[in-house]
Design a protein around this ligand. Sequence first.
Ligand code: PNS
Length: 159
Amino acid sequence: MQRVVCPGSFDPVTNGHLDIIGRAAGVYDEVIVAVLINITKKTMFTTDERAEMLREVTKGYGNVRVEQFHGLTVDFCVANGVNAIVKGLRAVSDFEYEMQQAQMNYRLAKVETLFMTTNPLYSFLSSSLIKEVARYGGDVSGLVPEPVLGPLRARLAQE
Ligand code: PNS
């Protein structure tokens, strides 16, 4: 059984994330979406909220589960008996940092990193850009899963 981890902050999950998770679910037996409990970085959504939105939007996949973690991604992988991480690559600009992380993760725990190229429909997406555009009234429908739109509007209305 080949299991992989898709780690991230998912603050909030975008259609780009969902595309990678869904495609990974088609290739591997099980995908564990690992939501980072950010201690230093201020997030718009709590870890529970981010994980709940991910559960909602991945509920159609029988082989995807969502967990939370803190500390090192590789420690989460080892604790769950997983030896590979799947990441999306949006552009060449992602590559340098992703390669550095992949090499460090292999050095730390021999955990492999497998890259999937992002669907070009979503290659310009990031959670930070979604929040910025939504904050100033831009339309982000079609860029985040439908169940994220309500919580995003509600959170911005509180600012
Ligand atoms: O969605 P993000 O914030 O870009 O995801 C980054 C993430 C969570 C994959 C990365 O920051 C990470 O793995 N953090 C956990 C701490 C860790 O393992 N750091 C060393 C990476 S080599």
